[in-house]
Design a protein around this ligand. Structure first.
Ligand SMILES: O=C[C@H](O)COP(=O)(O)O
Length: 250
């Protein structure tokens, strides 16, 4: 049985005080759930989140990291630094990192390999842009993103991977992939993993959907057999919305 996951990617939102408030709201209403719940605040608020969530079933996740162990990379954060404060999971490959910070498949392959080497779990994001879908290239694009960044990893690394399919046209736009579109792509992704590795590896990996998941559409999207949860952006900044999405698994 695959792990069901609801992860909130806070992106570049919430200062220290706002972080404390949102976490308090989440903690006070935390439901019983079979899903693993995660939140990803910006780097500077990770220690506070770790402290507030200590002993609670909400994992604190980083939004990014560098591929080098250390060195002259002003403004960057290493895997060691994250691990040293207690962060065990990192989001890599988000479309905003790809679009605004020049992260390509080659760089992401290095980042994923480093995170895996350091014992971290990775939520690896990928997905096609709107023209790709209009022009029928979406499967090809996703296949290439997976192959270039992940398929050179040893099979054992897959125990540390979580995939997050995020069609770029659905991120922050209010437009969501239909549950059928999500299921179709997730099944395709699982086939790619089965082809590159094995059926057991493919069946074990959690594949999350991301892109305008809201309380009103989460249950239907999560009901699809190859959708194992969601990576939530905007709706994760409102405690009641995020918890309603978590509850969509009940
Ligand atoms: O990481 C989360 C995704 O980018 C989705 O963001 P969104 O829920 O605001 O569309």
């Amino acid at each position: 049985m695959r792990t069901k996951i609801v992860a909130g990617n806070w992106k570049m939102n919430l200062n220290a005080g706002q972080t404390q408030t949102l976490l308090q709201e989440l903690i006070s209403q935390l439901p019983q759930t079979s899903a693993a719940v995660m939140v990803a605040p910006p780097f500077v608020n990770l220690p506070q989140a770790l402290s507030q969530l200590q002993g609670l079933p909400v994992e604190v996740v980083a939004q990014n990291m560098h591929y080098a162990d250390s060195g002259a990379f002003t403004g960057e954060i290493s895997a060691d630094m994250l691990v040293s404060i207690g962060v065990k999971t990192v989001i890599l490959g988000h479309s905003e990192r790809r679009a605004y910070f020049g992260e390509d498949d080659g760089m992401l392959a290095k980042k994923v390999a480093k995170a895996v080497e350091k014992g971290m779990k990775v939520i690896f994001c990928f997905g096609e842009e709107l023209p790709d879908r209009y022009e029928g290239r979406h499967f090809e694009v996703v296949q290439r993103q997976l192959r270039n960044a992940l398929f050179a990893l040893p099979e054992g690394a897959w125990r540390q991977l979580i995939l997050a399919y995020e069609p770029v046209w659905a991120i922050g736009t209010g437009e969501t992939a239909s549950p059928e579109q999500a299921q179709e792509m997730h099944a395709f992704i699982r086939e790619q993993v089965a082809g590159a590795y094995s059926r057991p590896v493919a069946d074990a990996v959690s594949i999350l959907y991301g892109g305008s998941v809201k309380p009103g559409n989460a249950a239907e999207i999560f009901s699809k057999p190859d959708v194992d949860g969601g990576l939530i952006g905007g709706a994760s900044l409102v405690a009641t919305d995020f918890l309603a999405i978590v509850n969509a698994f009940r």
